[in-house]
Design a protein around this ligand. Structure first.
Ligand SMILES: [Zn+2]
Length: 320
């Protein structure tokens, strides 16, 4: 990995130019498209260039945003919250459209099942509202959670009864080892994913599991919407846009054996009617159609490698 030093002043927007793929390290990278955005807290429009790797297909912002700028965003939220939110509001949304809770349950249970160590400590990196931590605790794990966003951490405390460490993963230091490390919707935010995975590898006991979820750059949404997509290509918070091949290359480089990869596609049942501006009976009919067609459609997309999210599970190898 090329040296990325961030000597930017607080006002600086961009980091250093990247010369290789953030996932597979191939030098064969080229300009793909530009994406302008209007950031919530700023009146000015900024443009970012998205580069794509000719080897693994992973894309990334180049130049990336400056670290300090990203950190000023993340101290409040990693999910674009512009103000505090209550646990009740979060849970109401989850009841309407079960999303975070479903992912947290699946990821935690699979990670636990695939683990080959008796180490009962789990690390939840970028713990958000705390659903993964909650699911891991239900499985009997003792948990440590890290999350810089104070808006999310308030909800987390209500849910789990303690505060996560309010810091970025880059700043976290320990001599401890974990049996499970979960990174759900985190790796796409990190400026140096290679360093992050190396760190995760060092934090796991041999036989421990790394569970990771990222948006899929090869998803049908990105293919249909191009740079209008804001789920994967959410600038500037998302700096890396992984393909399955890129994510595999990145993880395998750091003493991991990948044991399971799956794609996940879930569409809020009212997304289509909202987008088309439908109301009343028509909206109800369309919502019903989306609900019923969701399962076969999602299955097909995942099968074709066009699913919205990639979930990857890898076991830490015995060191030689
Ligand atoms: Zn690559």
């Amino acid at each position: 990995m090329n040296a990325m030093t961030y000597t930017a002043k607080a006002a600086d927007i961009y980091g250093d130019v990247l010369h290789e793929c953030v996932a597979c390290r191939a030098k064969k990278i080229g300009y793909w498209r530009k994406k302008s955005f209007h950031y919530t807290h700023s009146a000015s429009h900024k443009a970012f260039h998205i580069y794509r790797c000719g080897n693994c297909g992973t894309a990334f912002l180049n130049r990336p945003p400056a670290l300090q700028w990203l950190q000023t965003i993340y101290q409040y939220s990693g999910q674009a919250l512009t103000q505090t939110v209550t646990l009740k509001e979060v849970l109401t949304k989850e009841i309407e459209f079960p999303n975070c809770t479903v992912d947290a349950e699946r990821i935690s249970q699979l990670a636990s099942r695939l683990s080959r160590t008796s180490n009962g400590y789990a690390l939840d990196v970028g713990s958000g509202f705390g659903f993964c931590t909650q699911a891991l605790r239900r499985l009997g794990y003792r948990t440590l959670s890290i999350n810089p966003g104070q808006y999310e951490n308030k909800v987390f405390k209500k849910l789990n009864g303690y505060e996560p460490l309010a810091m970025t993963f880059e700043d976290y230091q320990t001599n401890g080892k974990f049996g499970v490390v979960v990174m759900s919707q985190v790796l796409e935010h990190l400026l140096e994913p290679d360093q992050a995975i190396k760190k995760v590898s060092g934090l796991l006991s041999p036989g421990g599991v790394f569970a990771c979820a990222v948006p899929n750059y090869s998803s049908f949404l990105v293919k249909l919407l191009g740079t209008k997509d804001n789920a994967c290509l959410w600038v500037p918070e998302h700096v890396n846009y992984f393909t399955e091949s890129g994510l595999r290359a990145l993880v395998e480089r750091h003493d991991f054996h990948i044991v399971k990869v799956q794609q996940i596609t879930r569409i809020p049942f009212n997304a289509v009617s909202k987008r088309l501006g439908l109301e009343g009976r028509t909206a109800v009919i369309v919502d019903g159609l989306v609900k019923n067609l969701q399962r076969p459609f999602a299955g097909l997309m995942n099968l074709l490698g066009l699913g919205i999210y990639i979930n990857l599970y890898a076991v830490k190898q015995q060191s030689a």
